[in-house]
Design a protein around this ligand. Structure first.
Ligand SMILES: Nc1nc2c(ncn2[C@@H]2O[C@H](COP(=O)(O)OP(=O)(O)OP(=O)(O)O)[C@@H](O)[C@H]2O)c(=O)[nH]1
Ligand SMILES: [Mg+2]
Length: 272
């Protein structure tokens, strides 16, 4: 089946680990051989024991104690340490050559904006012939505040542009919205209309931000990627739908099925 890896990213607390766990459960129930890779040095407990765990290479506590870093600086140090010692990962990956890997990533937003660690990791795995899909999660509570939603959309855009791999945005914690999750209003957030986004932003912000809002919306519009797959972990259909989107994005199982014409989102981004 080839090498496949799903990188689950997003801001702190957005539901990355929960999404990974939910996907693991679903895959196991449907007979797919999957492994969890923990890339979060600050992670605590897992329901599924990670098959590969960055904490075995570089424990965050040691970094903080010995080098005097705080939690954020320590985490960035750990991620850079991983890249500098990438042969450790290569060796670990050898045991799971033909499996589907789900990578639980840290929530430090700077890793997806300006620190090139995740990009280097992706490029390295592409050199090892992995098909990679980026999954960027923001949680449904972001829609309560347009400025926050705006920031979430921009951070997702930033991750997509930086990593240059097939990319899916997910809106997690849909169960918390109750009946609202099924309402027509939700469409407005799952497939945001740039015009409406601008209107909303202008309502909550002062006039001096209008031009900035307009520029940001234009940027988002030009990248044409602002869509969210809703994830309700309580609904099996929702989990299955997300997994199908991920599989499609990285062409998992394509060697078994007739090939569909490629489109821009599912294109191959070979590392040069
Ligand atoms: N109701 C509900 N709660 C969720 C869902 N996903 C995550 N949570 C809760 O949100 C909190 C954070 O979830 P995590 O999965 O740990 O989020 P994370 O993105 O891995 O967090 P960090 O690794 O700390 O950045 C926990 O209290 C979860 O129980 C969901 O789909 N529904
Ligand atoms: Mg986590």
């Amino acid at each position: 089946m080839g090498k496949h890896a799903v990188m689950v990213m997003g801001p702190a607390g957005s539901g990355k680990s929960t999404c990974c766990r939910t996907l693991m459960t679903h895959c196991e129930a449907t007979g797919r051989s999957v492994h969890l890779v923990n890339l979060d040095p600050a992670a605590e407990n897992f329901e599924y024991q990670p098959s590969i765990d960055i904490r075995e290479l570089v424990p965050l506590d040691d970094v903080m104690d010995e080098l005097g870093y705080g939690p954020n600086g320590g985490l960035v140090y750990c991620m850079e340490y991983l890249i500098d010692n990438i042969e450790w990962l290569d060796e670990e990956l050898q045991s799971y050559d033909d499996d589907y890997l789900i990578l639980d990533c840290p929530g430090q937003i700077e890793l997806y904006t300006h620190i090139p660690v995740m990009k280097r990791l992706v490029s390295h795995m592409q050199r090892l012939n992995y098909s990679i899909c980026g999954v960027y999660i923001i949680d449904s509570q972001f829609i309560e505040d347009t400025a926050k939603f705006f920031a979430g959309v921009l951070s997702a855009t930033s991750a997509m542009v930086q990593l240059e791999v097939p990319h899916i945005n997910v809106m997690s914690k849909m169960d918390l919205l109750g009946e609202r999750a099924e309402s027509a209003e939700m469409e407005r957030y799952l497939e945001p209309d740039p015009g409406l986004l601008l209107e909303d932003a202008n309502v909550t912000m002062r006039p001096r931000f209008y031009r900035l809002n307009e520029a940001l919306v234009k940027l988002i519009e030009e990248f044409n990627m602002v869509q969210f797959v809703p994830l309700n972990i309580e609904h099996e259909d929702s989990v299955a739908y997300l997994l199908a989107q991920i599989d499609n994005a990285m062409q998992y199982g394509e060697d078994l099925e007739p090939k569909e014409p490629k489109d821009e989102l599912t294109g191959n981004y070979d590392d040069e």
